[in-house]
Write a protein that binds this ligand. Structure first.
Ligand SMILES: [Zn+2]
Length: 79
């Protein structure tokens, strides 16, 4: 089990996600982002806007995603 925060995953708050794989944590982060989007949380809307800009450039998006995957894999296991 590893932990990454919303902020570490390109979000806007300190909410922590616990997951065993990067795919899992990316999914949790996505669900949380959708929830915050529905609540129209300003900070998350801004973070999402920046993420959308990144998605316009597939290479940049892939690089970002792979960077986060490495960050996740480098994290120590938490109990
Ligand atoms: Zn958040």
């Amino acid at each position: 089990m590893k932990i990454m925060s919303c902020k570490q995953l390109g979000g806007a708050c300190d909410k922590e996600f616990h997951a065993n794989s990067f795919e899992e944590i990316a999914e949790l982060s996505k669900q949380h982002g959708t929830e915050m989007f529905q609540k129209k949380d300003a900070a998350h809307l801004k973070a999402m806007d920046e993420m959308m800009q990144l998605m316009q450039k597939p290479d940049a998006m892939t690089a970002w995603f792979e960077g986060k995957r490495k960050e996740f894999e480098a994290l120590p296991e938490s109990k």
